[in-house]
Design a protein. Structure first.
Length: 620
């Protein structure tokens, strides 16, 4: 039905006042009331046509890519030139009402599609953007469907000058004191070849500087730095290159990354007068442990030494050992080793000046088993008896006994000297403990003296990237082991993820891939720093950190004017490089709407009014 029925209805009311007979007016009022009631019942919706005054919706891109160079200055110059009736919206990840004084280019994504779905629909759109669209629905499809003219102005240069770190390659897990290569690919757009400086920093402190030559214009090149971490833990670094004059973006001149640093391998040196069973079993134990670097020097002649590197003339005491084992071997500078933090183990004929044990004479055989006193690296209270042990009068002041015979004679004693620990063993055949009870004596003793109990056999190893993009899937890979390093496919591994503020906590369970390997992932963590705790059988076992950053908007900075031009063409609008070149033709927007009389207060009020007037007339 048309809107003209209202005019007809008003005409009927006017005619009622032309009649002179009193009874005619109430009848006409009643007819009108019934007409309106029947209209509400049988015509629930009436289509009405409207014309709206033209107005323009200005959409301003506020994503991070608009913050480079002088792009927002271009926007500030354009806005006062728009003389039409207008509304101003900003948009990045989502559109929002704004004014020219509230624009901040910090949006993580550019979503033009959602910006074109505003209500009420304007007569036309004017988009001020660099054209880098990386989120949301396809704006080309929306423009074709909605058929509202879209005018666009390209902001920024199509060929900006920029140098950037394109890719960064490094070891995500490494040992302390290892040489870690950091390789970075550099890209040059618009500059002549010249020298630039590369800085590697940790917490603002410069670790390394390097000069390198930029690649040719439009080309890429690779350069390398070397990082030598000193401490274990998860460390975050920044690598940056020089900023050149006229460069459109400085943010992509630096990259942040993290490396999980493990404590370095325990470096053990064995020095002995001759090869024996102690050395044989110790070597067998140490070489099986991938986290112990074992070197040995065994005298096999007057001036010849057999070592891990072959035959040598002299043993090397100057290497940076964590632990030195002297097997019946006199060395006059033991104090120097202990002062610099090296642990020293003395076996058999012990140096009297520095040994925690006071020796008396040699005993051929111990009659009773050994008693573990406070040797907490062993899980048993008694050990098998030994042969060829020395009789001990006692231990020096400040030292403590770790193991005694059942008769009470000290067999192993420990004391602190300087920054190192010295342990004396009044025996020459400890190998029997390894042979008979498989207690891994040497491995445990070395960990104790190097104060590196953290390197005891692990049951789980977690691998993950130190840095992720917002929206990227974060994957955790794990390798579970039994205590003897065999793959464990039956573990239950849980990862708890905690945000930097400690308010956001998520938990995921890793699923088994077989052969002791596990994997699990989580999506869509927001920007920020996170910690994770990996537990096996509900026990916290490994902790780590990672970053989630939003750098998608900083990948491309060249304005995509072709995209903006296409967007205007398919919608019936126009593209321009400047507002003065843009001829915006705003037409009044015609639209139709459905009107429901039964739900409108005016119709209800009119029906009540007509019935009331009829009643008043009849009563008179």
């Amino acid at each position: 039905m048309s809107f003209y029925f209202i005019l007809t209805f008003l005409g009927i009311i006017a005619l009622t006042f032309l009649f002179k007979k009193e009874r005619t007016i109430p009848k006409i009022l009643r007819i009108c009331s019934f007409f309106l009631i029947l209209l509400c019942i049988f015509t629930p919706f009436i289509e009405l046509a409207f014309r709206e005054k033209p107005w323009l919706l200005v959409l301003v891109d506020t994503s991070k890519s608009m913050g480079v160079g002088k792009r927002f200055k271009e926007v500030e110059q354009i806005l006062p030139e728009i003389k039409f009736k207008k509304k101003i919206y900003g948009f990045d990840t989502h559109p929002y009402p704004a004014n020219k004084d509230s624009f901040i280019a910090n949006g993580k994504l550019t979503n033009i599609g959602d910006a074109l779905l505003q209500t009420p629909t304007p007569s036309a759109y004017l988009i001020l953007s660099d054209g880098i669209n990386n989120s949301g629905p396809n704006p080309i499809e929306i423009a074709q469907r909605e058929k509202v003219p879209i005018y666009t102005i390209g902001i920024g240069d199509s060929l900006p000058k920029d140098i950037r770190i394109l890719n960064l390659t490094y070891n995500k897990i490494a040992y302390a004191k290892d040489h870690i290569p950091i390789r970075l690919n550099l890209e040059n757009i618009g500059y002549k070849q010249q020298n630039i400086q590369i800085l590697l920093k940790e917490n603002g402190r410069i670790l390394q500087k390097k000069r390198t030559l930029l690649p040719q214009d439009g080309m890429q090149s690779e350069t390398e730095l070397t990082l030598i971490p000193r401490r274990d833990g998860t460390h975050f670094y920044e690598i940056s290159i020089s900023t050149l004059e006229g460069e459109i973006n400085e943010e992509n001149n630096k990259r942040n990354f993290g490396i999980h640093i493990l404590k370095s391998r325990i470096k053990v040196g064995w020095f002995g007068k001759s090869p024996n069973w102690n050395f044989k079993f110790a070597k067998l134990e140490f070489t099986k442990d991938s986290r112990i670097d074992f070197n040995w020097w065994i005298k096999i002649g007057k001036e010849k030494w057999l070592s891990h590197n072959g035959l040598n003339n002299t043993p090397d005491f100057n290497a940076s050992y964590d632990v030195i084992i002297l097997d019946d071997f006199e060395y006059p500078e033991i104090k120097k080793l202990a002062d610099r933090g090296t642990g020293v183990i003395l076996i058999g004929n012990i140096c009297k000046q520095i040994s925690p044990l006071i020796l008396s004479s040699k005993i051929n055989e111990s009659k009773y088993p050994m008693k573990v006193v406070n040797f907490n690296i062993f899980d048993r209270k008694e050990l098998p008896p030994l042969k060829e042990i020395y009789k001990v009068k006692g231990i020096k002041g400040g030292a403590k006994s770790l193991c005694t015979t059942l008769e009470g004679n000290p067999l192993i004693a420990q004391m602190q000297y300087g920054d190192g620990i010295i342990i004396g063993i009044a025996a020459k055949d400890i190998w029997r403990w390894n042979f008979k009870s498989e207690i891994k004596f040497w491995d445990k003793l070395v960990r104790l003296i190097s104060m590196r109990k953290d390197l005891s056999p692990q049951k789980i190893l977690i691998e993950t990237e130190p840095t992720y993009e917002v929206g990227e899937k974060i994957t955790f890979k794990a390798q579970a082991y039994t205590t003897d390093y065999k793959p464990d496919p039956n573990s239950k591994i849980t990862i708890k993820i905690i945000s930097e503020q400690g308010t956001d906590m998520k938990s995921i369970s890793l699923y088994s891939l077989g052969n002791g390997k596990y994997e699990g992932s989580i999506d869509f963590l927001p920007h920020g720093k996170y910690e994770y705790k990996a537990s096996i059988s509900n026990k916290n076992y490994i902790e780590g950190k990672f970053l989630v950053t939003s750098q998608i908007e900083l990948q491309e900075f060249a304005s995509d004017r072709d995209f903006l031009r296409t967007l205007s063409n398919v919608s019936g609008g126009k593209y321009a490089n400047d507002i003065k070149e843009l001829d915006i033709n705003l037409k009044p927007r015609k639209f139709k709407a459905l009107f429901n009389p039964s739900q409108h207060w005016f119709f209800i009020f009119l029906i009540i009014l007509l019935l009331s007037v009829e009643w008043i007339i009849l009563r008179k």
